[in-house]
Ligand binder design. Structure first.
Ligand SMILES: N[C@@H](CCC(=O)N[C@@H](CS)C(=O)NCC(=O)O)C(=O)O
Length: 234
């Protein structure tokens, strides 16, 4: 059954997986004890696969159908593979993970994007760079170089935005408590996105978040230990 799963994942020029949403799905699959084949795609390939049905990755092909959103995938994994450990122990836990996602996307990933958007462009496959530049410059309203021109000055606000994570992780090894849950996978996905591309480490060398990051990257036999990833601390 498990070998019938295929995960479409966005890759950089060096082949490394980059999407924060794919990374959280990779952790979700591992949490459930499920293996999936990998279908690496660049930005330009997404409209060409599966009849162009899906605009973004992750996309997961399963024997029961193809799913194209990381939250839909997470919920379907619990529904279709009840034999594995649940990703969400209750509707309330799922609701809190949704809240965490909204906070992390709005306060952390939005800031990361403004600091690392040119790094993402430069690490993408050469054939994907024109699309990435055009689509992101249209969204941001200025050239990527202008967006990141003062990026060092934006690091303190990013580090400050992470303080709720530091408070939480001073009390427990994972955001989910004694064991990691989907909120950990969301946050790890965000950091792995930046680890895949950064030319400016986001964290200070003494950031207490590094202990949690190391625990997270070690999970599931070192799922987050791709040797192509760059340092997250100065
Ligand atoms: N809500 C979607 C978002 C996924 C998403 O935005 N994926 C990006 C990569 S990080 C993507 O595939 N972008 C394609 C593009 O920009 O053309 C999910 O959670 O799966």
């Amino acid at each position: 059954m498990t070998s019938d799963l295929c995960l479409y994942e966005l890759v950089l020029d060096n082949g490394c997986s980059v999407s924060p949403f794919v990374w959280r799905t990779k952790y979700a699959l591992a949490h459930k004890g499920l293996a999936a084949k990998s279908a690496p795609v660049g930005f330009g390939d997404i409209p060409k696969v599966l009849g162009g049905t899906f605009k973004t990755v992750p996309i997961l092909e399963t024997p029961k159908g193809t799913i194209g959103d990381s939250w839909d995938i997470a919920e379907r994994l619990d529904a279709d593979f009840p034999q594995g450990p649940n990703l969400f122990g209750s509707p309330a836990e799922r609701a809190m993970a949704r809240f965490f996602d909204a906070w992390f996307s709005g306060e952390v990933m939005r800031r990361m994007f403004g600091i690392y958007v040119l790094d993402i462009h430069n690490a993408a496959r050469p054939e994907d760079r024109p699309y990435f530049r055009q689509s992101r410059e249209a969204r941001l309203g200025q050239p990527l170089e202008a967006v990141v021109a003062k990026r060092e000055s934006l690091l303190p606000a990013l580090r400050e935005a992470l303080s709720p994570l530091r408070t939480t992780l001073s009390r427990s090894p994972f955001i989910g408590g004694k064991e990691p849950n989907y909120a950990d996978y969301i946050a790890l996905g965000g950091f792995l996105w930046i680890a895949a591309v950064n030319t400016l480490p986001p964290l200070a060398a003494d950031d207490p978040l590094l202990a949690w990051l190391n625990r997270g990257l070690d999970l599931f036999g070192g799922l987050g230990r791709d040797p192509r990833l760059k340092r997250l601390a100065a």
